[in-house]
Design a protein around this ligand. Structure first.
Ligand code: ADP
Length: 446
């Protein structure tokens, strides 16, 4: 087992990783920017090191500072959390070059999946179904026109290096293609320094369904079922649930078999998530995330498996302690992302928390680094809390969620809690009848 783990992150996910380390008896090192000196992840860590000024590129993305912090504290492994350096293959490589363990997949797999074109090519070769689209990169407008004519409009132009919904443009018809093409490339170049793009058929009413997997370094791969993350605004997830209201147990195991066989062949290790669009009974792969996801708690609640603990164990070279047959799904879990944002305009609302009261009771989990008196800084992601509920059935989970939201008090700043309250009361949500376009319309009609 590791002697000490440095957690290269902040906020709720830094706390989440700390908790798993503590239960395993492993001391932790927190890193923080000067803006986060008073943050909960620093207060609760065994040790902490300031790694730079507020802007993320000078602190949480500052690789030399993070490696130095690991060296001076004697940490022997680094957990990257999500975001920041978690999908940076160069960072993973440097961690290993310094004789430390990167708690995650191999740098080669991070690099492969970070390039969405390479990811789709690899997955197609392993028998995973894709969204119809271009065969790799599309380098000029004539080629884009030819592909679009073949797959049919509307089409989506996507950045190979994309993430966070950026560098993605829809063209409804041939007349709109030129502009969409230019805008997608410009946005991709600005956001990722890489303007490689590809084309996909734009699906009109899919659900976003993703599959969580765990793989050890001895070739064992299991899946922990799916999460339905269709409730999105601007391609950003806001509420996730497991299982998906749209899937049957046999669809789940069929998808699971395809995916675990593919990843076993790839030699993938540690945690990962394959994202699919699901429409008319068909799954189509869109991308793979080679890290822990924000929404991992809904999977933990229905499987009773601590994903971070498994990530750490796998990174030590241990075998998965269970097989696919041992994985049992129980009940229904829903997660709400509570962002420091105005629930109507979605403008960020940094500021001081004047009072904080988290809900409790059976089947309620709150992952948050907030406390009364805390100042939410303006420099980072607006996610400040995750409320997760678990109950035997979906209707019971919804009832539990409603009462937990009512109990939840985050005062001093506006948050997305009132929006979640409205979603929970909506008959269509209650019926599980929604696609990736549902939430945009819902927030538009307020
Ligand atoms: P990112 O890495 O930027 O998050 P993804 O490829 O994961 O990009 O897509 C993000 C979201 O965009 C998906 O969850 C889905 O809502 C939407 N999306 C992606 N591809 C398509 C498509 N071909 N048709 C319709 N919607 C899509």
């Amino acid at each position: 087992m590791f002697h000490k783990i440095l957690i290269a992150n902040r906020g709720e996910i830094a706390l989440r990783v700390q908790r798993a380390c503590r239960e395993l008896g492993i001391p932790t090192v927190a890193v923080h920017s000067t803006a986060d000196a008073e943050a909960m992840h620093v207060r609760l860590a065994d040790e902490s090191v300031c790694i730079g000024p507020p802007p993320a590129r000078e602190s949480y993305l500052n690789i030399p500072a993070i490696l130095s912090a690991a060296a001076i504290t004697g940490a022997d492994a680094i957990h990257p959390g999500y975001g920041f350096l978690s999908e940076n293959a160069d960072f993973a490589e440097m961690v290993e070059a310094h004789g430390l363990t990167f708690i995650g997949p191999s740098p080669a797999h991070i690099r492969m999946m970070g390039d969405k074109i390479a990811a789709k090519t690899a997955m197609a070769a392993l028998g995973v179904p894709l969204v119809p689209g271009s065969d790799g990169e599309v380098t000029d407008l004539d080629q884009a026109r030819a592909v679009a004519a073949r797959i049919g409009y509307p089409v989506l132009i996507k950045a190979a290096a994309g993430g966070g919904g950026r560098g993605m443009k829809v063209a409804e018809d041939a007349a709109a293609l030129d502009d969409a093409w230019r805008m997608a490339r410009t946005e991709a170049r600005a956001a990722f320094g890489n303007d490689a793009v590809y084309l996909e058929k734009y699906l009109d009413r899919p659900r976003h369904i993703e599959l969580q997997i765990l793989a050890d370094s001895h070739g064992a791969v299991v899946h922990l079922g799916e999460r339905d993350c269709s409730l999105q605004r601007r391609h950003q997830k806001l509420l996730e649930e497991a299982p998906s209201p749209a899937l049957t147990a046999s669809q789940r195991s069929a998808l699971g078999e395809t995916v675990t066989a593919a990843l076993a062949q790839l030699g993938y290790r540690n945690a990962g998530t394959l994202e699919f669009l699901y429409q008319d009974g068909q799954f189509a792969f869109i991308e793979m995330n080679t890290r822990l996801q924000v929404e991992h708690p809904v999977t933990e609640m229905v499987c009773g498996i601590d994903l971070v603990r498994e990530q750490i164990r796998i990174a030590t070279g241990a075998r998965l302690g269970f097989t696919q047959q041992d994985v049992r799904f129980s009940g229904h879990a829903i997660e709400c992302r509570i962002n420091a944002e105005d629930p109507e305009t979605f403008m960020p609302t940094p500021g001081r928390i004047s009072a904080f009261h988290a809900p409790g009771g059976l089947g309620v989990r709150v992952d948050s680094a907030l406390y009364a008196g805390y100042m939410v800084p303006p420099f980072y992601d607006s996610l400040v809390a995750k409320l997760i509920v678990h109950a035997p059935t979906r209707p019971e989970a919804i009832g539990r969620l409603r009462r937990a939201i009512e109990e939840f008090a985050v005062l001093g700043i506006k948050t997305t809690l009132p929006l979640h309250r409205r979603i929970v009361d909506d008959p269509q949500f209650q019926a599980g009848d929604y696609t990736i376009h549902w939430l945009e319309r819902f927030v538009g009609q307020s």
